[in-house]
Write a protein that binds this ligand. Sequence first.
Ligand code: SF4
Ligand code: SF4
Length: 184
Amino acid sequence: MEKTIPLRPDDGSFLREVEGLSGVAVSACFHCEKCTSGCPVSYAMDLPPNLLIRHIQLGQRYKVLSSETIWVCASCITCSTRCPNDIDLAHVMDTLRRISMQNGLVGLPRVMAFHDAFMKAVRTHGRVHEIEMIGRYKIKSKTFFEELELGRELFARGRIRIIPERIRGLKEVREILGRPLSEA
Ligand code: SF4
Ligand code: SF4
């Protein structure tokens, strides 16, 4: 978990902050809604993607950083490829997740628990080790008895490895993950 920093009030600096950290010209959005209409999980979001952009433009820091939308986003990049203004919204979502974590604002604690477990596994092995990740997630989310049948089925099909595998470029992966937000 990254260090928590105090949340600044809503103001125009939020747009500059998001644009500076992501390198994406969020202010160029003219709300055609192509991102939202193509997003496979917009039905589950509390703010549709184009509306999230609008709140960034209006400097509404708290509303954006505490939204469930940024954690529901599946990083599928459909929005980025559909945008007529080349706005890489998927990368903006990633930037917002990181700012949200730094500010201790997470709209969906279970998603955060999964994110933490996933990142710890990747930092340790350079790739996911399912049993370790699921164990960490279950402890943190206190959902010990959920999805047992699914786990049994995945195990029976050989989709869950007992012994972890490490990649060769582990040092490089750790370096990338350790970079500050502005360089990520
Ligand atoms: S597709 Fe691009 S321009 Fe259209 S609403 Fe989405 S981000 Fe804005
Ligand atoms: S990257 Fe996120 S916001 Fe964009 S289309 Fe995919 S799920 Fe939706």
